[in-house]
Design a protein around this ligand. Structure first.
Ligand code: PEP
Ligand code: MN
Length: 366
């Protein structure tokens, strides 16, 4: 008799372990659902869904437990899952919509980016190449109503023998041109050690795709008083991108603008693939402004207008675009930069400074 009880108990022990394993699998799925619901801003508690599950369970119940006992057991399981999701949710990230419901508006010079403000346009050459070049572009875009000017002085080039940028001289030339035309300056910083230099010259520190996870740079820029434009890495997930922004906020810099610039996919017709869903996701997950760099996304001039429309339609707070007086002789990104005539046509075709800026609500409904 004793031996029989022992063996039945051993089977129960095994079943307990199996139940535990299944419960853990269930908990993992519930956590996954909780994360997706948080990303969509939905509540974790769905009484209808609970009722459906209880109905299905009692319908399938063949005893020996009563329906009431089955319900009570499963309600305990549901409760435990809810608690798990709540604990998860408590890990509030500074970038998260959950910790900050309002849209963050970042001021660059006196230009607001984000919230209900009109979408901004950051225009300028890929690289600052000479005093004449930077002056010509600054004068042209400023005359078209642009307020934010871009231009790289330190270029992260794939080929080490290609033009690397003019360095500090480039920053100086760009600063002078911006001051002459009332523009705020955006330029890419490549290394934490360059911070004092950049703080002296630029209004918005750009952290490029290739440096999105340069944590030393992120920490240094996070301690700066200058706002930061954080591009998404070439193959970074939205979560990795947002976590990189978290570094900046965690160091005390609340003025962060995200920028989707296309990601690596199998597509060969474009240089990168503009991930429009990432723009919407970044806006849902975080309270930070999100821009779209249409030049590097597609890598094609004929896509600039449609990508701009797509970006703004999905909620982007602005666009970045490269303009060069003579792209054919540009020292970088020859294929993608637009000349002045094309830039003017782009403004007309997108309605950027008329329709969209003044009537965004009317045009896109938000
Ligand atoms: C740039 O904007 O100059 C640039 C290099 O872009 P990305 O970092 O997105 O490649
Ligand atoms: Mn470029």
């Amino acid at each position: 008799m004793d031996g029989k009880i022992q063996s039945l108990r051993a089977r129960i022990d095994d079943l307990n372990l199996s139940i535990l394993e299944i419960l853990s699998q269930r908990a993992a799925l519930a956590e996954e659902i909780g994360e997706l619901q948080s990303a969509m801003g939905l509540s974790h508690y769905d009484p209808m869904r609970e009722q459906e599950m209880l109905d299905a369970l009692t319908a399938a119940n063949e005893g020996p437990f009563s329906d009431a006992a089955v319900k009570s057991l499963f309600k305990q399981i549901f409760q435990a899952s809810m608690q798990l999701e709540e604990t998860q949710e408590k890990r509030h990230y500074l970038t998260s919509r959950r910790s900050h419901g309002e849209d963050t508006v970042v001021l660059v010079g006196d230009v607001p980016i984000g919230g209900k403000h009109a979408p901004v346009l950051i225009a300028g050459p890929c690289a600052i190449e000479s005093a004449a070049q930077v002056e010509a572009v600054a004068a042209h875009v400023a005359a078209q109503g642009v307020t934010l000017f871009r231009g790289g002085a330190f270029k992260p080039r794939t080929d080490p023998y290609s033009f690397q940028g003019l360095g500090e001289e480039g920053l100086r030339l760009a600063r002078e041109a911006c001051d002459r035309h009332g523009l705020a300056l955006v330029s890419e910083i490549m290394d934490a050690e360059q911070l004092p230099l950049f703080e002296a010259y630029v209004d918005l520190l750009q952290i490029g795709a290739r440096n999105m996870q340069n944590f030393t740079l992120l920490k240094a820029a996070g301690r700066s008083r200058k706002p930061v434009l954080l591009k998404r890495g070439l193959s970074a997930t939205v979560e990795e991108w947002v976590m990189a922004a978290e570094y900046l906020l965690n160091e005390g810099n609340p003025n962060v603008v995200l920028c989707e610039r296309g990601i690596r996919t199998f597509e060969r017709y474009t240089r990168n693939t503009l991930d429009v869903s990432a723009v919407a996701l970044a806006k849902l997950e975080t309270h930070l402004p999100v821009l779209v760099d249409v030049t590097h996304s597609g890598g094609r001039r004929d896509l600039l207008v449609p990508l701009t429309k797509a970006g703004l339609a999905i909620g982007a707070d602005g666009i970045m675009l490269e303009v060069h007086p003579n792209p054919a002789v540009a020292l970088s990104d020859q294929k993608q930069q637009v000349d002045f005539e094309t830039f003017d046509r782009y403004l007309e075709d997108t309605g950027y400074h008329t329709k969209l800026s003044e009537k965004r609500l009317e045009v896109y409904g938000f």
